[in-house]
Design a protein around this ligand. Structure first.
Ligand code: ZN
Length: 143
């Protein structure tokens, strides 16, 4: 059975990130500064380089791949919830190269901004807390 709650939009933060900054760190900094503990994240733009993860379901470990080249952010989607009492962003990113080939995965540090416009939609609702899920080995919502 799926677990979910009905939430209301509290605030929308819309802006752009600085050139050369780490996307995940900057978005996390904004959530910490604004005390956002529940929300939705969208972003688009371009990166100077990227680092993305793929979760190996057999080994239950992330495999990371770096792309040291300019790429378009065709989509960045994510959410904000709590892990150990702190806001944590879970985001996935899809990028395209100069030949329009797409790559993507779980967003991790090492993805740097060329240009990035974002929205953080802060929600009002019960806390979503992450905890280790025995089946997947992932820090999933326990609510
Ligand atoms: Zn992920």
């Amino acid at each position: 059975m799926a677990i979910y709650n009905k939430c209301k939009v509290k605030n929308v933060f819309m802006g752009k990130l600085d050139y050369g900054k780490d996307i995940l760190e900057e978005l996390t900094n904004i959530c910490e500064k604004e005390n956002i503990t529940l929300g939705i994240i969208n972003a688009l733009g371009a990166v100077q380089k990227a680092n993305v993860g793929f979760y190996n379901q057999e080994t239950k470990e992330y495999q990371f791949q770096e792309f040291d080249e300019p790429l378009e952010i065709t989509a960045l989607i994510g959410n904000v919830s709590l892990r150990d009492g702190k806001p944590i962003i879970h985001a996935h990113i899809t990028l395209s190269d100069e030949h329009d080939n797409a790559i993507g995965g779980h967003l991790v540090p090492g993805t740097t901004v060329f240009a990035c416009e974002f929205e953080i939609i802060e929600l009002d609702g019960p806390a979503y807390k992450r905890g280790l899920d025995d089946v997947t080995g992932l820090p999933l919502w326990k609510m």
